[in-house]
Design a protein around this ligand. Structure first.
Ligand code: O2Y
Ligand code: MN
Length: 594
């Protein structure tokens, strides 16, 4: 250990867990480049990491085929009473889950090293940040955490001054017998995977998976599930939102926080290249926003993460040139294909398919292969600082003041391009009824999944309490609250063609939002909110048929009436717990549609 730890709670916790998990060694991480390089070199020597020749300091990992994504069915919120977790979470009583998991953790690190990772979510020392310590037996996780969080001795200095920390325990759940040869990607079978959260104790216990959000505990586990509980208790907001700064041709800055369910282009919007000349965008975060009311009364946001853990397939110079440039070096790729010339390939990358590659399972692949070369959830882990449009304020400890909240989903029909909420309560209702069509569906209109605030898999408290918390935040913010909008980039015409070009042209909807804030843009009142007329949108330079714009901005009350029973059914699961203000919003929508 290159530092002294005087935080007694931390020493006690690590000792207790060493006794339980029985690792061969304990390694206290310092987060330095030297440490990262040594761990990577070891993983290369063991055959776990493959250096990607064409990208400096970049490595490819291949996971176990049964350990490729977050597993919602194995993700738990454990509280003393079920009502605290609510109907949308997998609940297990705290003591019961601890008993089950302690049995699994007993001896689980035999033959392995226990790494202790002190880290900060958010700039170290910011009043909006949180300290945490992750214990893990995966060097792959250590290297990912190094990129995704702020790891190191500065965190230890704060802990030694007595600051508290969130306890994050992780094991791949694959102990080694004496002399047993390790597999390349150790993990436990599905029935032994547990991604467990104890929001009443600020603790995370993850077992059996080495992948992504299951193992990089700063991300969804702490960044959203534990933090949504902390935020409710402490009066702030932990949201599944990108943070973006837009700069108008006149140099005025607008800050946007946007929440979308998966596969709605969140990372693309976070790194947008505006198609309207004169407008610029800077990226502050692509996935999580922590927001507090500042001394000025406005809502200030920080990105608690230090890196991007982005989906690789579909990323290209057309869809997201800034992400492509971000991952040119110093990046960890997981489950992509390796080309014969020492680069990576994935479905949706620019250019021709390679004639031959090694797929994500390590097998020969060619364009006639039945399976994809990269896994659909293949990921890159890259430092945020490498993004060419990262904002100079992305690590500002005071955060940035948020002007605009955006919600949205992927809907081939019904939902217009952009809508403005009538007021905060109506905005909470729009967010609470955020919904998307499953992308795997080939046929349109096969059904929608409600994903309120894009938080369904990430809310560590009863979702009804989470809604109520948002109403109360609005009460505190009063006229300084962000204005709330809802977007749908994915509407199609009757022939199944996209109506809107998306990507850089999404700036046109964002410009309307900025102009609404400044009182410069018009709108018409509809039963579902304020919508722009064609003349209110900046469509200069966009070649688009007028009937497409008309359809994108249309609201059919009959079609919307058919949405009401679906919303009622979704809300009904919360019973009496549903905030009255949400019920009122639904009633008001009904009467506006009459
Ligand atoms: O698949 C995983 O392990 C992680 S899921 C994820 C990763 C980065 C950002 N967002 C998500 C998500 O599911 O929202
Ligand atoms: Mn996400």
């Amino acid at each position: 250990m290159s530092y002294k730890v005087t935080n007694q709670k931390l020493n006690r916790w690590v000792n207790e867990l060493a006794e339980l998990c029985q690792p061969d060694k304990i390694h206290w991480c310092d987060g330095t480049k030297e440490e990262y390089d040594i761990l990577m070199a070891q993983m290369v020597a063991e055959g776990r990491a493959i250096p990607v020749k064409k990208r400096p300091n970049t490595y490819l990992f291949r996971s176990d085929p049964g350990d490729v994504a977050r597993v919602e069915s194995r993700t738990y919120i454990a509280t003393r009473e079920q009502a605290k977790a609510g109907p949308t979470n997998n609940w297990v009583q705290t003591d019961e889950l601890k008993k089950t998991m302690k049995a699994l953790y007993t001896g689980c690190m035999k033959g392995r090293t226990m790494f202790v990772i002190p880290f900060s979510m958010g700039p170290i020392g910011s009043p909006m940040s949180k300290l945490a310590v992750q214990i893990t037996d995966s060097p792959y996780v250590v290297c990912n955490m190094d990129i995704m969080c702020r790891v190191g001795t500065k965190v230890i200095e704060l802990l030694n001054k007595g600051e508290d920390f969130v306890e994050c325990l992780h094991s791949v759940g694959a102990p080694l017998k004496t002399g047993e040869k390790d597999v390349l990607w150790p993990c436990a079978p599905m029935e032994n995977k547990y991604i467990s959260h104890f929001p009443e104790e600020n603790a995370i216990w993850s077992f059996g998976s080495g992948y992504g959000g299951n193992a990089i505990l700063g991300k969804k586990c702490l960044g959203l599930r534990i933090s949504s509980a902390l935020a409710e208790r402490e009066g702030w907001m932990a949201e599944h939102m990108l943070i973006l700064r837009l700069i108008s041709p006149e140099g005025k800055k607008y800050h946007v926080a946007a929440a979308f369910p998966s596969a709605c282009g969140k990372t693309n919007l976070a790194m947008i290249q505006p198609a309207v000349p004169g407008w610029k965008a800077e990226c502050i975060g692509d996935d999580i926003a922590w927001m507090k009311i500042g001394p000025d009364g406005y809502l200030h946001a920080i990105n608690p993460e230090a890196g991007f853990f982005g989906v690789v397939p579909g990323t290209s110079y057309k869809s997201n040139p800034m992400a492509m440039d971000t991952v040119k070096e110093n990046t960890i790729f997981t489950n992509c294909a390796l080309t014969d010339d020492g680069d990576l390939w994935w479905e949706g990358k620019d250019g021709d398919k390679p004639a031959h590659a090694i797929d994500w399972k390590g097998k020969d692949w060619n364009p006639s292969s039945k399976e994809t070369a990269a896994h659909a959830n293949a990921r890159f882990t890259a430092p945020a600082a490498q993004c060419p449009i990262i904002s100079p304020d992305w690590e500002n400890p005071a955060g940035v003041p948020i002007d605009i909240f955006i919600f949205g989903g992927r809907r081939s029909a019904v939902v217009p391009l952009v809508t403005e909420a009538f007021n905060w309560d109506h905005g909470v209702f729009l967010a609470a009824t955020e919904a998307s069509e499953p992308t795997a569906a080939i046929l349109d209109n096969v059904g929608i999944r409600y994903d309120p605030f894009a938080m369904l898999p990430f809310c560590g408290i009863n979702m009804a309490d989470y809604f109520q918390h948002h109403f109360e935040m609005g009460d505190k913010l009063k006229n300084k609250a962000p204005r709330i909008f809802y977007v749908n980039w994915f509407r199609k015409n009757q022939n199944g063609e996209w109506l809107w070009p998306g990507f850089g042209d999404n700036i046109r909807a964002l410009i309307w939002m900025c102009e609404r804030i400044d009182g410069k843009a018009g709108a018409r009142k509809t039963p579902i909110g304020y919508l722009p007329e064609e003349k209110d949108l900046n469509l200069k330079g966009l070649v688009i048929a007028q009937e497409k714009i008309k359809e994108l901005l249309s609201v059919d009350p009959e079609v919307w009436k058919a949405e009401i029973p679906k919303m009622e059914k979704f809300f009904s699961q919360f019973g009496e717990h549903l905030p009255a203000r949400l019920r009122n919003q639904l009633d008001e929508l009904k009467s506006r549609l009459k």
